[in-house]
Design a protein around this ligand. Structure first.
Ligand code: SAH
Length: 350
């Protein structure tokens, strides 16, 4: 039985039209498709038997043809600051992590787009895992649903924001990431506003331009970490393929098409980019691209090669950027005690 079940198609890979066609092909009424689709997405049904407004006979037919490959939250860790980290088991038993970050005004879900990552940013724990595979749109969507349920259960508050800042590079799983956002924002899905969604990328110019052309409505963040090519290439090998000039061109195109500013994520490390030369280069770069800056705290990963810069260096950055009229926020990390902070997601608990 189990073998047969594994071969069944995952019904959530089908569009509404494809489900309609299935009903037509078995001589049933096409309007059932909308009901099934709502169960699958809006109500996150994990089993066909939950679909109580569908007749038993139709449910049996659906079961005979399809499976619902829902993810499972395999383990939950709670930080002393309220952050929750989920280890999420996929249908093929691979694990990704997602994080619920509560603040006074928001509950944010930080979700993964790939199992592992191929990009080798040398300060990031996820980079130590090789890339295993892309997540499907439903696997990304399910992480959001799990966090939405936890927000309700543990905080009695709604989920307000979603950031694609977990494991993996969203722009290297472009199709599924966009599909997941479409589901999260559509009324048949979670009906969330795209303005509350941020996609974070290492910055792949070709993909940023493509995304701009598709008139998307969510926000874009780019992990910059240095506005000097030599330093950035040392930290992030992707910069050797497409340098800061090319990145700036693509971000200007993004701004022109979407009218949105990009947010630069920026870690300041001791003895790497904690000097005035780097701060001034960042201010200059921000002058070329409509942007704001989030200075993020470095979360040490095991080998201790990199260290967080002194607070004076962060103040120096803030002063130099603000003097040029650039919006800058200094962000403190959350969930460090459970390895749930940026760049710490590496399936250590599994
Ligand atoms: N691949 C995407 C999304 C995942 S990383 C991207 O690069 O943007 C999410 C953010 O965490 C990125 O800004 C990344 O540079 C940052 N990050 C990675 N490792 C970190 C660490 N150890 N401490 C702090 N931030 C880190």
């Amino acid at each position: 039985m189990a073998e047969v079940a594994e071969q069944k198609r995952d019904i959530r890979q089908l569009s509404l039209d494809e489900i309609k066609n299935f009903f037509i092909s078995i001589g049933d009424k096409p309007f059932r498709a909308k009901q099934v689709y709502e169960w699958l997405w809006k109500k996150s049904a994990k089993d066909f038997d939950q679909m109580t407004n569908i007749s038993l006979k139709t449910r049996e037919l659906l079961k005979a043809h399809f499976a619902i490959n829902h993810v499972q939250v395999d383990d939950i860790q709670r930080s002393s600051d309220g952050t929750i980290k989920n280890a999420v088991k996929l249908h093929d038993s691979l694990i990704v992590e997602s994080v619920l970050i509560p603040t006074e005004s928001r509950i944010t879900a930080c979700i993964s787009s790939q199992v592992g990552c191929s990009l080798d940013c040398n300060f990031c724990a996820t980079a130590r895992l090789k890339r295993m595979r892309n997540l499907n749109a439903d696997e990304i969507y399910d992480q959001v649903v799990a966090i939405k349920e936890e927000a309700d259960l543990y905080f009695e508050r709604p989920l307000t924001n979603i950031v694609y800042m977990g494991m993996g590079e969203p722009l290297l799983n472009y199709k599924n990431v966009l599909k997941s956002i479409e589901k999260i924002t559509s009324p048949e899905g979670l009906g969330m506003s795209p303005k509350r969604i941020t996609l974070s990328t290492v910055g792949i110019p070709k993909m940023i331009k493509q995304m701009a052309d598709e008139d998307v409505k969510f926000n874009l963040a780019v992990s910059l970490h240095s506005a000097i090519d030599e330093t950035r290439s040392r930290m992030m090998p992707i910069n050797e393929k497409s340098d800061l000039n090319e990145l700036a061109d693509s971000l200007n195109y993004w701004h022109q098409k979407t009218n949105k500013k990009v947010t630069f994520e920026y870690v300041v490390w001791k003895d790497i980019n904690d000097d005035e030369r780097h701060a001034k280069a960042l201010a200059k770069y921000c002058g070329r691209v409509a942007s704001k800056v989030n200075i993020i705290e470095y979360n040490p990963i095991d080998d201790g090669e990199y260290q967080q810069a002194d607070p004076e260096a962060l103040d120096m950055y803030k002063d130099i950027l603000e003097a040029k009229g650039i919006i800058v926020n200094v962000r403190r990390s959350r969930g460090k005690d459970i390895d749930a902070a940026c760049g710490q997601l590496a399936n250590k608990s599994s």
